[in-house]
Write a protein of this length. Structure first.
Length: 343
């Protein structure tokens, strides 16, 4: 392949890879710090209502909290917990599923509230966002149930708790040994604390760097390959699925171009259907049409984003499992939501 075709792709992909790598670095570094400093108990308190019934260790709660702020950083934390042995593959898939609603939450403030609801109007906008929230919450609940049924102590190793207990005992013992030394003991304790803090930060930085050295090259290669594929492949063929789906659920013929537009760009799809609400579409039909557009868009977004991102973090084998679980559950629950809307 000529360099003239590859260079534009590199200029397009590298900033994206750099941004994702930065978020992964934050997630992995934070995961190591919360374990090293014994912060799991403080951070994961609220999320324990999800992790405990799902038979997941408290460490996963920190990833859940992080996901609400950054999905990429949350995934980075889960990847670190999987690699360190806190979670096996089955437990990681359950954790990824539980993360779904928290990944949705951040989009409320960054996209749905400031962009989509003003385009669609209050009624349709809130109906659509509410439907997406219900779908995400249902997937998270499915993850909790799956964890309760499928996971046991054999699937997880709460390393953070063990390390916290061990380090606490060591600190107590050191304090007891030096209790009679007065100021010298206090000074020694302070020095030990500073050394421990520095070592923990250095260890977290080394682990983060090792993770990035493995992930970033793979991420860049897959992103470049996928982008080149998209440049030479007509993905419009995915839109051929729109007509059978809209006919199946009894939507107006005008739903087809909306689904096609929505599948490739959410904002454009919303702007396309908004003027037709109340004339061609009822509010429920409009929401059902956009949800079907979401089903079609998974086929497109899998090539554009999911494969590069998930393969970059997990590798092809486990990344494929994550994609299959995520996409499968979304399609099932979107299908249920559409059925309820058009019933």
């Amino acid at each position: 392949m000529q360099s003239s075709a590859v260079l534009p792709v590199l200029f397009e992909v590298l900033p994206r890879v750099a941004r994702i790598a930065a978020y992964i670095a934050v997630g992995v570094f934070a995961a190591n710090l919360v374990v090293a400093f014994g912060l799991v108990e403080r951070i994961a308190g609220l999320s324990r209502y999800l992790t405990s019934p799902a038979n997941l260790p408290d460490e996963v709660g920190t990833a859940i909290v992080t996901t609400a702020a950054s999905t990429t950083a949350g995934y980075g934390m889960l990847a670190e917990f999987r690699e360190s042995g806190v979670l096996d593959d089955r437990a990681t898939l359950v954790a990824v599923t539980i993360n779904t609603f928290f990944g949705f939450v951040q989009h409320i403030f960054t996209f749905y509230w400031p962009v989509l609801i003003p385009i669609l109007g209050r009624e349709v906008g809130f109906m659509y966002v509410g439907a997406r929230a219900a779908i995400a919450l249902a997937i998270t609940a499915t993850g909790v149930v799956a964890g309760a049924v499928l996971l046991s102590d054999r699937n997880t190793t709460p390393v953070a708790v063990a390390e916290t207990d061990g380090s606490g005992g060591a600190v107590d013992a050191a304090a007891a040994d030096g209790a009679g030394d007065g100021d010298a003991a206090d000074s020694g304790d302070a020095a030990d604390t500073d050394d421990s803090l520095r070592e923990a930060v250095e260890d977290a930085a080394r682990s983060t760097w090792d993770k990035l050295r493995r992930i970033v090259p793979r991420l860049a290669v897959v992103y470049v390959a996928v982008t080149l594929l998209l440049r030479t492949t007509d993905l419009e063929s995915f839109a051929a699925l729109a007509s059978p789906l809209t006919n199946l659920v009894g939507l107006p013929g005008a739903a087809v171009p909306v689904v096609v537009a929505f599948a490739f760009d959410t904002t454009t799809g919303a702007a396309t259907i908004a003027p037709a609400v109340g004339e061609t579409f009822t509010p429920k039909q409009a929401v059902a049409t956009m949800l079907i557009g979401g089903i079609i868009s998974f086929a497109v977004s899998t090539f554009k984003r999911s494969i590069p991102f998930q393969y970059g973090i997990w590798g092809p084998e486990f990344g494929s499992k994550v994609i299959a679980v995520n996409t499968g559950l979304k399609i099932v629950f979107i299908g249920v939501a559409v059925a309820l809307l058009v019933a």
